[in-house]
Unconditional design. Structure first.
Length: 120
């Protein structure tokens, strides 16, 4: 077996190198996909806490982040994602109030989605 692999390497170095690189990249991205799938399967509808970003909340609750922003009255993001505690500070409201508004927006979005699916 090793003699066959060595013979392939000797004759087709570029092709074997390309195959090994492609296999390594495939394994990397398959592993990354698996880790993310397992993580998000275990973090659905997670309780909202001040350290979370709006994108994290939206992903966990499976609702569009832009829809939450519009309903809560938050400006569109500029730059890096900010935790809810920073967003609350910018809005000059307690973080608990912001979380309550986000939870209400999520409930309204989900109720509308459920009503849309129930209608024929």
């Amino acid at each position: 077996m090793f003699s066959t692999a060595f013979a392939l390497w000797r004759r087709h170095r570029i092709l074997v190198s390309a195959f090994v690189l492609a296999a390594a990249l495939t394994l990397f991205f398959a592993g990354r996909f698996t880790v993310q799938a397992v993580y998000w399967a275990n973090h659905r509808d997670e309780s909202i806490t001040p350290w979370m970003t709006l994108g994290y909340v939206a992903h966990s609750w499976q609702v569009p982040a832009r829809e939450i922003e519009a309903r809560v009255g938050l400006p569109p993001p500029d730059g890096h994602p900010q935790p809810l505690v920073e967003l609350a500070g910018q809005q000059h409201v307690p973080v608990a109030e912001l979380i309550d508004r986000i939870e209400a927006a999520i409930a309204a979005i989900r109720a509308e989605e459920a009503a849309g699916k129930a209608a024929p």
